[in-house]
Design a protein around this ligand. Structure first.
Ligand SMILES: C[S@@+](CC[C@H](N)C(=O)[O-])C[C@H]1O[C@@H](n2cnc3c(N)ncnc32)[C@H](O)[C@@H]1O
Length: 243
């Protein structure tokens, strides 16, 4: 059991950390954690990843700076402040893992994601925790409320499927589509695993054994809806062309 400075985490988080972080143990890994508090989690990361790890903590509270030690560097600043985040992104040489355990308000989580996600290594991991604040009004949350981190992150599901979009005006392949391999939702945690992603293709191997079924005829209402969707896509395309 950890004997160092105080750590404050939900009990079920540890299994999730190990599931996504274990491949980095003993390697040259750069880990950033927003939210230092008493510094216990930074010490835990140092112990877990080993002597080649570089650990960076960020906290609004300047007193946290005194918790620096070998392998652990601490920056003071507000994770809602985009210019602070941009400076920070320039000061940290390598980010393999980013953990957001800071103030947990919607703006803090979204700004931190937008400024630092692109800085995470191509095979890195972004983990945002305590997402239950997306349901707590005091943190700016509320069930299905616009602007919460949960609602914001639901768009990620669309982005990784953009390869298959038939509505390019509203959903097309982006950097997110090309750099995110998987999204993992747990209670109060979202883990985003990065990996360069190519346009998916499919293969057929082996001998076909049954003759395909003729597709059932579409009922009139469905055919009409498909026709309207096609007309809408055409109109949007034309409008774009004429602009
Ligand atoms: C939940 S505690 C961090 C706990 C720590 N990671 C651990 O596991 O023991 C949250 C920390 O976030 C810091 N914090 C709150 N708002 C912040 C902000 N806007 N920017 C940076 N840090 C902030 C607080 O000062 C506090 O130390």
């Amino acid at each position: 059991m950890h004997q160092g400075n105080e750590i404050h985490k939900w009990r079920h988080y540890f299994e999730i950390y190990d599931r996504h972080f274990s491949r980095y143990r003993g390697t040259v890994v750069g880990l950033v954690e927003f939210g230092v508090s008493h510094g216990g989690s930074l010490q835990m990361w140092k112990h877990y990843f080993g002597p080649r790890a570089a650990i960076y903590g960020i906290d609004l509270n300047p007193a946290c700076k005194s918790l620096e030690e070998e392998q652990i560097r601490i920056f003071t600043g507000d994770q809602e402040d985009r210019s602070f985040l941009r400076d920070l992104a320039r000061s940290i040489p390598r980010i393999d893992i980013l953990i957001d355990d800071g103030g947990h308000t919607m703006r803090q989580q979204i700004n931190t994601f937008e400024e630092l996600f692109p800085r995470v290594e191509p095979y890195g991991v972004y983990l945002c925790e305590d997402l239950h604040t997306s349901y707590w009004p005091d943190w700016g949350g509320g069930y299905r409320k616009r602007g919460t981190f949960i609602e914001y992150s639901k768009n990620f599901i669309d982005y990784i499927h953009a390869w298959h979009s038939q509505n390019a005006a509203r959903l097309s392949v982006s950097d997110f589509t090309k750099t995110v391999y998987s999204l993992h939702y747990y209670d109060s945690i979202l883990v985003i695993e990065k990996r360069p992603v190519e346009k998916p293709d499919h293969i057929k191997v082996g001998v076909p054994k049954v003759s395909p079924l003729d597709p059932p005829k579409k009922p009139l209402r469905q055919a009409l809806a498909a026709f309207r969707q096609r007309a809408r896509t055409l109109r949007t395309g034309l409008r774009k062309l004429l602009r």
